[in-house]
Design a protein around this ligand. Structure first.
Ligand code: NAD
Ligand code: UGA
Length: 449
């Protein structure tokens, strides 16, 4: 018989895990402490915008394979495997806040107390090295009164999904990392994934601490690639015919480097890279180990959003009193998530310069209203956003912004001037208007011979 699944924490990761398991015919109990979240999920409403998520949620509820609940005891008791995907935010000093991990571990332990059957606990939350061994295991052992191993199993199974393609990534991961407390736990999870995927996904089994490290090293390496591309972009801007896109796509052809995560722009944001890098830095501090590549990655990233301000000033001079249109607010396209989005420091800086800011995003306007309230103007379309503005800064690379043609900018803007912060537009089409792009020399016919 197929194992029954419970998922504790139904945020981005948990909900995607839950509905994807349900879509493959597994019975899933999804538990969250947020009553409102559970109520809206039960009514088929996901509070998160994510492509395909609503479709999978509808399907999971229709087949009755997904049962949202606030009852952790029910979820654990009725299932064979429990995935933990609660949040792991930052404390004020940047180190990881394990409050939710501890609370959910305690709830799982309490539920395991009277459960006669062996049960597998799988940590999917991103946690710093040794957390599974020194926090999750002792908390569950204490609250259940049962030793890990013979009575219940434990795995650390990091999640690598990206927002905006979360469902695809859950159904088609590059690899599965199984950090196992013991052989039985690792084999149980390995077998579960074999029945979930129906094909062999490259799987690496290792110790829990190595799995914890894999997750942080993975995110830090990807963030470092982005910062490397941005550092190269800044160099390119000092050379009239240089183009960072030409340079990074050429180095990316070297298989040892690879094409991924070399898109120069205004820096990385989101709920993960910034938070995880802070946690890694704090962990290094605790262990008395300097992590200079990580520091440099952060330093480059913190400065990068302001390249858009420098470029705007180069095009039109002082921004004070000017109408600035900001296209894109979400930290990346295909999400409404504005956590640590680079649009935030950019808009704050523009406001400090006494600019009039008008913004548009296809999905993130509601989030932006919560952050900026009445200090900026919210447009209902990209066209409305650029109308009458002195300079337009493109901050998030939504595909729909490609529909804006140079003629439209020329017709709608007061003085057409565009800063392409994400290298979305084709510079060769903008040769007749004031145009600047991250990573592009001042001769914007591009560096291609
Ligand atoms: P999230 O903030 O969207 O959701 C976390 C959920 O956990 C919330 O719904 C919250 O109510 C719930 N929760 C908190 N305490 C709980 C408890 N004691 N019992 C039950 N539910 C509880 O977080 P997320 O983005 O899904 O991230 C979860 C974890 O996965 C984090 O460690 C994160 O770093 C990691 N991760 C996230 C992503 C991503 O793209 N968002 C990708 C990979 C890994
Ligand atoms: C990232 C990782 O890609 C996931 O593998 C990981 O699971 C997740 O963090 C996590 O640990 O939570 P995510 O933050 O959703 O996923 O999105 P990414 O596609 O990685 O983008 C992160 C940021 O980097 C975005 O702001 C994006 O605009 C920026 N980026 C990305 C670039 O500026 N250039 C690139 O080439 C790639």
């Amino acid at each position: 018989m197929r194992p029954r699944i419970s998922v504790i924490g139904l945020g981005y990761v948990g909900l995607c895990t839950a509905v994807c398991f349900a879509s493959k015919g597994f019975h899933v109990y999804g538990m969250d402490v947020d009553v409102e979240r559970i109520n809206s999920l039960s009514q088929g409403r996901s509070r998160t915008y994510e492509p395909q998520l609503q479709h999978h949620l509808n399907k999971a509820l229709k087949t009755h394979l997904f049962q949202p609940t606030v009852d952790s005891e029910l979820a654990v008791e009725k299932s064979d495997v429990t995935f933990v995907s609660v949040g792991t935010p930052s404390l004020e000093d940047g180190s990881i806040d394990l409050t939710y991990v501890k609370q959910s571990s305690a709830a799982i332990g309490a539920s395991l107390k009277n459960k006669p059957k062996w049960h597998l606990v799988v940590v999917r939350s991103t946690v710093v090295p040794t957390t599974c061994d020194s926090v999750v295991k002792p908390v569950i052992e204490e609250t259940s009164g049962k030793p890990c191993g013979p009575e219940w199993g434990l795995c650390m199974n990091p999640e690598f999904l990206r927002e905006g393609s979360a469902i695809y990534d859950t159904l088609c991961p590059d690899r599965i990392i199984i950090g196992e407390y013991d052989e039985r736990s690792g084999s149980a999870l390995d077998n579960l994934y074999r029945s979930f995927f129906h094909r062999k996904i490259p799987t690496k089994r290792m110790s829990m601490v190595n799995a914890e490290l894999v997750k942080y090293a993975n995110n830090a390496f990807l963030a470092m690639k982005v910062s490397f591309a941005n550092m190269t972009a800044n160099l390119c801007e000092t050379l009239p015919t240089a183009d960072v896109g030409v340079v990074t796509s050429a180095i990316g052809l070297d298989k040892r480097i690879g094409q991924g995560f070399l898109r120069a722009g205004l820096g990385y944001g989101g709920s993960c890279f910034p938070k995880d890098i802070k946690a890694l830095t704090a962990f290094g501090r605790e262990k008395n180990i300097d992590l200079p590549l990580v520091h440099a990655t952060v330093e480059i990233n913190e400065k990068q959003p302001f390249r858009s301000i420098d470029l705007a000033e180069k095009l039109i001079g002082s921004l004070s009193g000017k109408r600035i249109s900001v296209l894109g607010l979400a930290f990346k396209p295909d999400t409404d998530d504005m956590r640590e989005a680079v649009s935030i420091p950019i808009i704050k800086d523009l406001l400090q310069r006494h600019a009039n800011v008008v913004v548009y995003d296809p999905k993130a306007i509601a989030q932006a209203r919560r952050i900026f309230e009445g200090s900026i103007t919210y447009a209902e379309s990209a066209v409305e956003c650029i109308r009458g503005s002195d300079v337009c800064i493109l901050v998030t690379e939504w595909e729909s912004f490609k529909d804006l043609k140079p003629k439209e900018f020329a017709k709608l803007m007061k003085h057409p001037a565009i800063v392409d912060g994400r290298r979305l537009l084709d510079p060769s089409q903008f040769s007749r208007v004031k145009y600047a792009s991250v990573g592009l020399g001042s001769n914007h016919k591009t560096g291609t011979p």
